[in-house]
Design a binder for this molecule. Structure first.
Ligand SMILES: [Zn+2]
Length: 255
């Protein structure tokens, strides 16, 4: 039975990854996600079903468009493979429980934010809303309504805190220091982790971003940094090692 679930979640992850690829590259440009149908970006040839199978199509077509022979982007099958592995890994690591179902939403958020924030410097609202509602309902179902409500308030606290940091940043640097998407994302961090762990995730995200920020400042003179990928990565790390962070916060006397 376990093997079947592994296969099932692997397929679910890779199919969703190919859908997220479409969502994260079309929605920021306000394009419909259903029309036009998936096509080759070079010759506009509409893809048939056998050109749309996650992972396999790429190898079957030898990485080229079937019509015009243009090279297909290699990152697509890689993302599909990685997300399939992450979904399957989550099942093996957690089994069927609260953490497992939340992790499926977090992995989805991770993939979507990596694509849309790096490509367009945009974090879509829809995945943030879906994840927040899912976490609230799962918390209610697995724990109780009070726990879900507490999580909701933790989300509000984080949101207001980041709003304040953004406001402060604007006063000091005279420009938007934090994107609106980053502020909304911090609501998801709060509702998922609770206040103390969420603040640990914020601290972790700055550590994750620091090497990249320093590099891009000196190497490319680029001042705008997509912060979403670091925030969502920190969220996932703290969620995965929640107990380890509890002991750490305890040792530092924050809990
Ligand atoms: Zn083509």
């Amino acid at each position: 039975m376990k093997v079947y679930y592994c296969i099932l979640f692997f397929i679910l992850g890779s199919v969703l990854a190919s859908f997220y690829g479409v969502l994260a590259t079309r929605a920021p440009l306000n394009k419909s996600i259903v029309k036009p149908r998936s096509h080759c970006d070079f010759c506009n040839h509409v893809l048939s079903w056998y050109e749309l199978i996650p992972i396999f199509s790429y190898f079957f077509l030898q990485g080229k468009c079937h019509k015009c022979k243009a090279k297909l982007p290699i990152y697509e099958p890689i993302v599909e493979l990685v997300m399939g592995i992450l979904f399957m890994g989550s099942y093996l690591y957690f089994g069927f429980c609260y953490e497992f179902f939340v992790s499926l939403f977090l992995i989805s958020l991770l993939v979507l934010i990596f694509i849309s924030d790096i490509k367009f410097m945009i974090i879509l609202d829809s995945p943030l809303v879906v994840t927040s509602i899912a976490v609230f309902l799962l918390k209610w179902y697995y724990f109780d309504f009070q726990a879900a409500l507490n999580s909701f308030f933790a989300g509000i606290i984080l949101f207001l805190f980041m709003l304040f940091i953004g406001f402060l940043g604007k006063k000091v640097f005279k420009r938007d220091a934090l994107g609106g998407g980053d502020i909304k994302l911090s609501f998801v961090i709060g509702i998922t982790l609770g206040v103390t762990h969420a603040f640990a995730a914020l601290v972790l995200s700055t550590f994750l971003a620091l090497p990249y920020a320093t590099f891009s400042l000196f190497a490319t003179n680029e001042h705008e940094l997509p912060y979403g990928p670091f925030l969502v990565s920190a969220l996932c790390v703290v969620f995965l090692y929640f107990d380890k962070f509890s002991s750490l916060l305890n040792a530092l006397q924050f809990l």
